[in-house]
Design a protein around this ligand. Structure first.
Ligand code: BES
Ligand code: MN
Ligand code: MN
Length: 457
């Protein structure tokens, strides 16, 4: 396999590659919203057909207690290394809809980018693998065995994937997991994600008086649950923007000064970062850079807060209830269950006697680190070097893919996070998009990963 062969196949087929992705993006496979359940199932069937079409064998839509997992494999020679490709075909809800320039499930190409929910996260990135395997099968052949495992519940916590993995250890035997569900620094600055943060997510309900009250008759004398929830949330960070919960940082591994110095060499422009987000200043834990705050440090954020009157005009009311959803991003060393408990107990402990507090934990996930000294990482490094013409930079990512730590626990497999998205692709936001350059770059790079893996093993 060489660049010329790969590029020739991509050039001859790129319009079809785009059309096929566009078809996939038209199906609103929103796993969080039961109203779209049929569409999620339909996406799994569509994908099954696409895998069969390119010559993948034993393709199966594996039913679970939730949305199915699409599995398929091509074993060319049991003595060759086996790549387990993981990705997800479910997407985040598209709301707020009015902020989209074009409807989220009617993909359009504008400025060399495909705009649609899921374009980057993760249909576009996942489908690169299907097309790259097609390319290899149609040209010089597959240099490794491949197993596809594409799930439909990543955006809601992957609960049933865990059950599937535990029940299918034999079928999933492989040498490593290959995933494109992360990003890189820039189109001319390739990088490979070597770390993911973990996650702890909870919801809090604060109850004051048993009914909404007239804020004139009672205001000042009765604890207002919204005021109190705001006080409680404000107390969760200190003046240095450190999380003010005793024990929160106990197990959080610090990155060494040498590694931080290495990280700081990655190109990053604070000015461009601010301009992209239209903010005048960044904000975060004292003593850390913007990039460090967003990758190697734990966080606590309010994801949503509601209660009281939010309709037109003014209504003078002292509400009975207030709610918020909170998430913590976790770093290696921290355990999501322990942090969830800690935050839960802390919130209960700091609530004043004038209100009652209920805290409900949601899904969590462990952080993950990919070692750079194993053949999988080296195969990815060399592949990107070939197709970008420069060596990729190892980079810690701020997001979470909770299932990655589980692959290591249950299957003993390390994951290579070779993503082609950009932070500016607006994943989970209105106007999500994926560059055509990035989509084709992925299809071009993946065959070299297989080639290198076979050679290095
Ligand atoms: N693909 C993302 C995670 C991601 C994106 C990691 C970019 C690194 C760089 C994934 O689909 C995702 O959104 N994960 C969720 C967690 C999940 C439990 C809902 C997240 O990070 O919020
Ligand atoms: Mn994703
Ligand atoms: Mn996502």
């Amino acid at each position: 396999m060489d660049l010329q062969t790969v590029d020739k196949y991509i050039n001859a087929n790129k319009d079809r590659f785009l059309d096929e992705l566009i078809d996939l993006l038209k199906v609103p496979s929103i796993s969080a919203d039961p109203a779209f359940s049929k569409d999620v199932f339909r996406t799994a069937e569509l994908l099954k057909g696409r895998l069969e079409e390119i010559g993948i064998e034993n393709v199966e839509v594996c039913q679970t207690a939730g949305y199915p997992i699409v599995y398929g494999e091509k074993i060319v020679d049991p003595s060759l290394p086996t790549v387990l490709v993981y990705g997800h075909y479910d997407v985040q809800p598209p709301d707020p809809l009015d902020l989209w320039d074009s409807p989220p499930f009617e993909p359009v190409i504008k400025d060399e980018k495909i705009y649609a929910r899921g374009a980057c996260d993760d249909k576009g990135q996942m489908y690169m693998h299907v097309k790259a395997v097609e390319l290899m099968l149609q040209t010089s052949g597959l240099p490794c065995n491949v197993k596809f495992m594409i799930e439909g519940e990543e955006e809601v916590g992957s609960d049933n994937l865990e059950v599937f993995v535990k029940a299918n250890k034999e079928r999933l035997k492989a040498d490593l997991v290959l995933i494109s569900d992360t990003g890189m620094i820039a189109n001319d600055i390739p990088s490979i994600t070597v770390g993911l943060r973990g996650l702890s997510y909870l919801e809090i309900e604060v109850t004051g008086p048993k009914r909404d009250l007239h804020s004139g008759l009672y205001g000042g004398a009765v604890g207002n649950p919204i005021n109190i929830l705001c006080d409680m949330i404000a107390s969760l960070h200190d003046e240095n923007k450190r999380i003010n919960i005793p024990g929160f940082y106990n197990d959080a591994n610090e990155v060494s000064a040498e590694d931080r110095a290495e990280m700081a060499k990655a190109p990053f422009s604070e000015e461009e970062y601010k301009a992209d987000l239209d903010i005048n200043a960044t904000h975060g834990e004292a003593g850390y850079s913007t990039l460090e705050r967003a990758t190697i440090r734990p966080t606590l954020d309010v994801n949503g807060i509601w209660g009281g009157y939010t309709g037109e005009g003014a209504k003078t009311v002292l509400p009975s209830k207030a709610y918020a959803k909170l998430s913590c991003r976790l770093v290696p060393g921290q355990d999501p269950d322990r942090i969830t408990n800690l935050v839960q107990n802390h919130l209960v402990a700091i609530a004043p006697p004038s209100v009652k507090v209920k805290v409900r934990p949601h899904h969590g996930g462990l952080p993950y680190l990919t070692p750079t000294d194993f053949t999988g990482y080296q195969a990815a490094h060399k592949a990107m070097e070939t197709t970008f013409g420069k060596a990729p930079i190892p980079m810690r990512g701020g997001g979470s893919i909770p299932i990655v730590a589980m692959f290591e626990q249950e299957l003993g497999l390390k994951s290579v996070l070779m993503g082609f998205g950009l932070d500016t692709d607006a994943i989970h936001s209105p106007n999500e998009h994926y560059g055509i350059f990035n989509y084709l770059k992925g299809i071009q790079t993946i065959p070299f990963f297989y080639k290198n893996l076979a050679e290095l093993s």
